[in-house]
Design a binder for this molecule. Structure first.
Ligand code: ATP
Ligand code: MG
Length: 163
């Protein structure tokens, strides 16, 4: 399996609202066992997108904050949503200490900012979204899906792949 997975889509978000709405649409179709990782420079929009996902998954908006300090937190919406931010971690050892790998085995969907900070944090079957800053207000989301579950998730989110 290649490192990233198939590039299935590229989507542009021309405003904060569009990025949030893309997250919200993903949150609506998330199911138990899904894994979505997010990469992109500081201020790319990973947390904004994650708030949209949480909203779409039925999490009360006030429950969502950036988990930069707590590393991982769980919200309860339509399903348990585990939201992690690996920015401050130096490696797998740090991640073990947070209980992250137990969460991967537990019920829920995972949403992980800075996922590439710890390579083993990303399971084989997973979606990776790289957010690129095109201008102060616009972003490009490059979506990679690795594994069948994740390819189905991307189709449910963005529609069938254009041929
Ligand atoms: N189209 C857009 N999509 C997302 N964010 C945007 C967009 N246009 C402007 N922004 C701004 O970019 C910033 C994104 O911040 P956010 O905290 O979501 O980034 P992040 O990737 O989580 O950064 P960090 O790695 O520092 O946590 C916000 O200040 C937001 O208002
Ligand atoms: Mg963030």
């Amino acid at each position: 399996m290649d490192a990233l997975g198939t590039v299935t889509r590229q989507v542009e978000a021309r405003s904060i609202d569009e990025t949030f709405a893309l997250g919200e649409r993903l949150g609506r179709v998330l199911s138990l066992g899904d894994f979505v990782g997010l990469d992109g420079q500081l201020g790319a929009g990973k947390t904004l997108f994650s708030r949209g996902v949480a909203r779409g998954a039925g999490v009360p908006p006030d429950d969502v904050s950036s988990p930069t300090y707590s590393i991982v937190q769980t919200y309860t919406g339509r399903l348990p949503l585990h939201h992690a931010d690996l920015y401050r971690l130096r490696g797998e050892g740090d991640l073990f200490a947070t209980g992250y790998f137990d969460l991967l085995e537990s019920d829920g969907a995972m949403l992980v900012e800075w996922v590439s900070q710890v390579p083993s944090a990303r399971p084989d079957d997973s979606v990776l979204i790289e957010i690129e800053v095109l201008s102060p207000d616009t972003r490009r989301l490059k979506v990679f899906a690795r594994g069948e579950r994740s390819q189905r998730l991307v189709e449910a989110w963005l529609g069938p792949a254009p041929t």
